[in-house]
Design a protein around this ligand. Structure first.
Ligand code: 5GP
Ligand code: MN
Length: 333
């Protein structure tokens, strides 16, 4: 498993003893998998390590070993000697876990696979060719001479399975399959992970999707839906499910897709969370980055101030223009 891990990052991890591991707001399986996998790995190395997440752990991931020990922002101390930032391209993604004033003296190390990463750490390992941050931790465990035990393996395989939609995304290279195989051999239960993460859906989500999909729009190879707070509340949901965008992205007539979810920003003003997907041969990473967000070429996102109508009216013409520009240089796959 040859992979170049920056020496300064390895040295920082080896030297630290009291470490905070953190991942991003609106967390997905790779966020939970990498933050918990890293925490268990550091425990194996005999270190004091704590996992923190900006939002409460969502029920889908409470099955992960260590999920019950994840601390909330108000329990985060200020005396760590290192903060490990996992699966995030910019520090704002840590939400209230990281306070730039209170934590100013603590070095950050960044382990991430987003191409839009801003290298905001004192040491940065950004591997955009990896399909998941959890995949990177397979190589890190190897470099630290700590072969994954079944606990670490379960966390990391969850990250790989969820970020690749079970090995279906275009970045599922032989290396991804090798890393997954390594974790399965180390004791992770692939079938159980797939069942817990991808093959299940509350009935209320079907009800929400049926409402939302009834309003789907398709224009010039771009398909999108909006999800209002009223629709979310009627379904009893706090948030939507990223799998909704996977359905949109599978539409034959579309090269790009978007889900716009109505939110309220920290000042109480209307905001919209935008989630983007692109088919192979098309890219939405730059679009999200230009809008202050980030992600990968095939999957990205951002949050914009404004009402649903205003944000859709601003973003859809940008997507149509981007798709047009990309279609002329790269024919549809
Ligand atoms: P999703 O659409 O599944 O929420 O996110 C797709 C990808 O874009 C993920 O890798 C996620 O981390 C990234 N992403 C989504 N929203 C944002 C955002 O507001 N800022 C940044 N930097 N990345 C985002
Ligand atoms: Mn990820």
């Amino acid at each position: 498993m040859a992979y170049h891990i920056p020496d300064d990052l390895l040295a920082a991890l080896r030297a630290a003893n009291h470490i905070l591991c953190v991942s991003h707001v609106n967390a997905d399986g790779d966020a939970y998998g990498s933050v918990l996998g890293m925490t268990h790995l550091l425990h194996r190395l005999g270190k004091r390590a704590v996992a923190a997440m900006p939002d409460p752990v969502i029920p889908d991931f409470t099955f992960l070993p260590g999920a019950d020990a994840i601390i909330a922002p108000d329990a985060v101390a200020d005396d760590y000697d290192l903060i490990v930032c996992l699966d995030m391209s910019s520090p704002d993604r840590m939400g209230a876990v990281f306070d730039p004033l209170r934590h100013a003296a603590i070095p950050l190390v960044v382990i991430d696979h987003h191409i839009t990463n801003t290298h905001f750490g004192a040491a940065n390992w950004v591997a955009a060719s990896c399909a998941a941050t959890s995949q990177m931790l397979v190589y890190l465990a190897d470099a630290l001479d700590t072969p994954p035990d079944p606990t670490i393996a379960a966390c990391l395989l969850t990250g790989i399975v969820t970020d690749t939609l079970c090995f279906r995304t275009s970045n599922t290279t032989p290396e991804v399959l090798e890393a997954a195989m390594h974790l399965q051999r180390a004791g992770a239960n692939l079938a159980a992970i797939v069942q817990r993460t991808l093959n299940r859906l509350p009935f209320s989500t079907l009800a929400l999707w049926s409402q939302v999909l009834a309003g789907a729009r398709l224009e010039e190879g771009v398909v999108w839906v909006t999800v209002s707070q009223t629709q979310l509340r009627a379904a009893g949901h706090a948030d939507d499910d990223s799998r909704l965008n996977s359905i949109l992205a599978s539409v034959n007539e579309a090269d790009m897709s978007a889900v716009f979810t109505e939110k309220v920003n920290s000042q109480g003003a209307p905001a919209v969370e935008c989630s983007f997907r692109a088919k192979p041969g098309f890219a939405v990473g730059d679009l999200a980055f230009q809008l202050g967000g980030g992600g990968h070429a095939p999957a990205s996102g951002c949050t914009l101030d404004g009402t649903l109508d205003a944000v859709v009216a601003r973003v859809i013409p940008m997507m149509i223009a981007a798709r047009r520009a990309q279609a002329t240089t790269e024919p549809r796959a």
